[in-house]
Ligand binder design. Structure first.
Ligand code: PLP
Length: 392
């Protein structure tokens, strides 16, 4: 079945929808049983999408879990109240004191902070590695290395990783391969075909797609699913059926939204590349993006999120560039229908294994579903403000 058709049908099995088009919102803490026999059945099947207790989910959660497995592959999907909770809980499910993990240097900032502040406290050591390390990853694997964590493209600087090569070496050393797959939305990169064991997403981003829900997912292969599922339960992780309903609704338009984000972003990125003020455009589909060859080999499309670096800027000029924007709003997160801009002028703080390649601020754009011509005009006026400020 083609991806776009899967997107329309995912999770809509009639056992969840009971005849209506969308899986309904089923709210519950307590589930009541008519007999001891029924209760025993629920206990025996509690990990298996059977009504047991609210924390294990209701039909809305089961439908969304099915949808994620249909879209990404794998055996089962654990749900979390945010993308960050998905990442931290997936890691915690598989490490113990004395273990070592390898974390990509370009990881999402809170993932780094979790490793440095929480894992360290429990005696789990983290080594950061160059996102472009490829087969050299082998030299960093120790006897106690339990898992290798990837995020591709990397946060803010967009380096695309050679996932299958790293996964192959990881498996030779019995390491679990976890990927933060948020950028691809599970649509433009097939994690399990490239050797990933657990694929994590901030569903907060493109899955939900409307900037109004926090949600995380972790889809695991058959080998790791039971441990991930039970650990998630032990940690008390659960999600609201109202939020899951919105995520299921978001999935239906995921294909058309991504296509439009992609088209708009490529237009804006090409325009930026043509501008004298711009040093480099960090868009995985562009040759100028580190790891572009892996994007070409492994991905089937791009989205609205990329970065660029100015040739020349200073704090005052950059602030004037940002403050005058009409369509680009300043804010964290991305993946909604609206355009966003974020300037990071202290990348060095977020990289410990690699040198920061860029010596001015890295500006990240999320290109929304506005007409890209309006977005280009906004940026053009911004570059005029920047130039005027720099020449003062
Ligand atoms: C936003 C984001 C997260 C965290 O998701 P939240 O739902 O905001 O906690 C994790 N990884 C990546 C790549 C993200 O962009």
């Amino acid at each position: 079945m083609k991806k776009q058709t899967q997107i329309i049908n995912a999770g809509r099995d009639s056992k969840w929808t009971r005849g209506v088009v969308n899986p309904p919102v089923e709210r519950a803490s307590t589930v009541v049983f008519d007999s001891v026999k029924e209760m025993k059945h629920a206990i025996a099947n509690r990990g298996n999408q059977t009504l047991f207790y609210g924390r294990r989910g209701t039909s809305t959660a089961f439908a969304f879990q099915d949808a994620m497995v249909e879209l990404e592959g794998g055996e089962g999907c654990a749900l979390y109240p945010s993308g960050t909770a998905a990442i931290t809980n997936a890691i915690l499910a598989f490490v113990k004191a004395g273990d070592h993990i390898l974390m990509v240097d370009t990881t999402y900032e809170p993932t780094r902070d979790f490793c440095d502040n929480v894992l360290a406290k429990f005696g789990v050591e983290t080594t950061y590695y160059d996102p472009l390390i490829g087969e050299e990853i082998e030299s960093l694997i120790k006897d106690n290395t339990r898992l290798i964590f990837l995020e591709s493209p990397g946060s803010i600087t967009m380096e695309v990783q050679d996932v299958p090569t790293i996964a192959k070496i990881a498996h030779q050393h019995d390491c679990i391969v976890m990927l933060d797959n948020t950028w691809s939305a599970g649509i433009y990169f097939d994690p399990f075909a490239h050797g990933v064991d657990i694929s994590i997403q901030a569903a907060t981003k493109y899955i939900v797609g409307h900037s109004d829900v926090m949600l995380g997912t972790a889809v695991a292969t058959e080998k790791y699913w039971p441990q991930l599922r039970e650990n998630s339960y032990l940690m008390g992780q659960c999600t609201s059926p109202d939020d899951l309903y919105l995520a299921l609704r978001g999935i239906r338009t995921l294909g058309v939204r991504l296509k439009q984000h992609q088209e708009n972003a490529l237009k804006v990125a090409r325009w930026l590349e043509s501008r004298d003020e711009v040093d480099v455009v960090l868009h995985p589909a562009f040759e100028s993006c580190p790891g572009h060859e892996f994007f070409t080999r492994d991905f089937t499309g791009s989205n609205g999120l990329f970065s660029f670096v100015l040739k020349d800027s200073n704090t005052k000029a950059l602030n004037e560039f940002l403050d005058g924007m009409h369509h680009f709003k300043m804010g964290f997160s991305w993946g909604g229908f609206e355009s966003l801009i974020l300037a990071n002028n202290n990348m060095a703080r977020l990289r410990t294994a690699t040198d920061v390649r860029y010596n001015t601020a890295v500006i990240r754009l999320h290109i929304g579903l506005e007409d890209p011509d309006d977005l280009i005009e906004d940026l053009a006026q911004g570059l005029e403000r920047l130039k005027a400020s720099l020449s003062q």
